[in-house]
Each structure stands twice: as C-alpha cells, then as structure tokens.
Design a protein around this ligand. Sequence first.
Ligand code: ATP
Length: 376
Amino acid sequence: MDSTTLEVDGSVMEGGGQILRVSAALSCITGTAIKISKIRAGRTTPGLRPGHPNSMTKVTWPQHLCGLQLLRDICAGSLDGAAIGSTEITLNPGKITSGDHLADPQTAGSVGLLLQASLPCALFTDASTQLCLKGGTNAEMAPQIDYTVKVFKPTLEKFGVHFDCDVKMRGYYPKGGGEVVVTVNPIKQLSPVTMTERGTITKIYGRAFVAGVLPYKLAKDMSTAAVRTIRREIKDLYISIPSLQEKDQACGNGNGIIIIAESSTGCVFAGSSLGKKGVYADKVGIEAAEMLLRNLRHNGCVDEFLQDQLIIFMALASGTSRIRCGPVTLHTQTAIHVAEQLTQAKFTISQSDDDQTNNPTFIIECQGAGLSNPHL
Ligand SMILES: Nc1ncnc2c1ncn2[C@@H]1O[C@H](COP(=O)(O)OP(=O)(O)OP(=O)(O)O)[C@@H](O)[C@H]1O
C-alpha cells in the first residue's frame, strides 16, 4: 500500500454500507486513494453484501459492490479486493469523467443507495453525466425513489445541485428489475445552506401503491390507515394519498407507501414503508404515518434520513452550512466522521436553546471544505 493511501475503518460507529459510500465518493472527488478495512463489521453479515437482517433471503444484493464499481468507473480508477464477501478494498481514483455509466446489481439492490454513492462524484465532471441505475426502486431500509425525487432532490437544489430522475421501470424485492436514468449537471462549487426555520406544515401528500399480482385493496388500506393516523395529530390540512395500481412500468410484485410533508419555508419530510409477507396493509400505512409524525413533532428542518444524506454535501460546500434537526442519528455521526477524515470540513453539533417544545432540536454546523471542480 502506498504511504499516501488513507485507511478507513469500516467498523466504526454505524459500521455499515454508508461508510463505503461516503468514503469512496470523497476518495474520487479529492483524488485520495483509500483502503477500507473491516467492511460492514457492524452488521450480522459483514463484508460486501447488503445482508439486511430482515431481508429473509439467500439472494445477495450486491448493492455495495455495484456502487463501488460505479464510482470506480466514474473516476476511471482501480478497485482492488472488490468481491462479494470481501472485508477489505482499495480504491485508487483516477480522473472523473462525464458520460454514461451503468450500475446493475441484478437483484433488488437499492437504486437510491446507488445514487447516494455516485451523485457527489458525478457533480465534479466536465459535462453532464447519465447514470443508468438498475435494481430496486422501492427497497427496504433505503430511500424509495419517490423519496429521492420529492425530498432529497429539492433539498439538494439549495446547495446548487441539479439532477433529473427518469423512472423508467419500478422494481421490487427480491428480483429488482427497476431502472432509473439520472442526469446530473456538473457544478463548479456547492453553495452552503441554512435550514434552521421549520415554518408551518402546509401540505401533506403521498402515494400508496401495489404492483404485480397484489390486490388493489392493499393500496387503499395502506392509504386509509395512514390518513387516519395522521388525522389524529394534524387536523387542519387536507391529506392526499392516492392509491395506485402500478401496471406497465413495474416489474414484479410489491406494495408500499410514502407520505411527504412540506413546510412554508421549503423543508420536506417523509415517512415510508413497504409491504412484507404476513404484515397487514393497514400496519404498513400506520408505520409510514408514524414515521412522518415522529419527524414533524420536533421543530427540525430535515427528517431522520435526510440528516445523514446531506452531510457529504455540507462537507463539500464552500462556506458555513447550518441545519436544524431532531435527535442526531448514528448514521449522521458516522457520515461526519468519514467526511472529516477525507476533507478539511469541520462539523459541530449543538443543542438549540431557542427550542420551546419537549422535543429538543440540534444544529449541525459545518465549515465546508469548499472543494472546486477542476474540470469546469
Ligand atoms: N425510510 C427511509 N427513507 C429515506 N431514506 C432511508 C430510509 N431508510 C434508510 N434510509 C437511508 O438509507 C441509508 C442506509 O444506509 P446503511 O448504511 O444503513 O444501509 P446499507 O448501505 O444498506 O448498509 P448495511 O447493509 O450495511 O446496513 C441511509 O442514508 C438512510 O438515511
């Protein structure tokens, strides 16, 4: 190993796939070679495979491996040790290149997580980049593609980041078969963001879907139960969660729901859930509704998922970003740890003292590294 190769410990804190995505993306952008060891040591099935404890499957979803290979392709680098089950990889980044790139985990590996790995890097190209991402568009323990489009994308626009998602086909566990083509515009430098004022919730909407052989009634039951649950706490807003039967543009069987809330200051939050064998549809709806409500009870500006997903962009931006959030998650702390290891960004977290509610909020502040795109 070269003495300039940075060692990343894949077992720290959350000890999961996110360490791979954040460190590999920053490796490509900064041109720093990295060796990641003890990959996903915090999981019951360590190494390069998703191994969600609830995945009930022997099928591997090489989402992590595929994400790393995609990054290697975008930065024309070399990747050593990357195979299913591997606990150690080395990534030597080359020059980031625009153009078309494909990632296909062959199964229901999450499209949202493939994008999470590759988007930051695709911003630092010389021209627009097309990412053809295959797999699961609505997968467990990952952003549903609707979350990416409705929550992640508008928030990233505050950093000056612009991308388009064309959902060509939806795909579900276990087969996948989904396809999303993402067009990413390069950027010279990311702007810092200030998201500290929640404002009031002005809109709640979503979608409840079934696909394949599953009965339409499941979608209706998810939607009805979700609306009823939200109504108990939020009485004065119309809630629109249409029930949808996915037809031509969906591969395989699946059902799920996502509910989105928007605030008067442009904050976006979501709660979501997917149907599982043996779980009643109304339970799926209630789970998503409770997730959303939990994230609206505090006065923060991001939900518990967006929190960790924004860390890399705060680290890259030029200047000071401030984001108010609810309890800081371990995923967020892990992303901060990795971002500070690979860039000059400095984060602080403080409890907000102007919070009058019983649900404390925290301000994540970041002095960004201000990385510039050398190709523009
Ligand atoms: N319901 C959800 N809505 C939006 N984003 C989600 C949701 N659930 C999880 N995420 C996001 O998905 C990512 C999951 O990262 P994590 O490292 O846990 O998963 P992983 O790569 O599949 O790895 P592992 O298999 O090791 O858990 C995080 O960024 C998290 O915020």
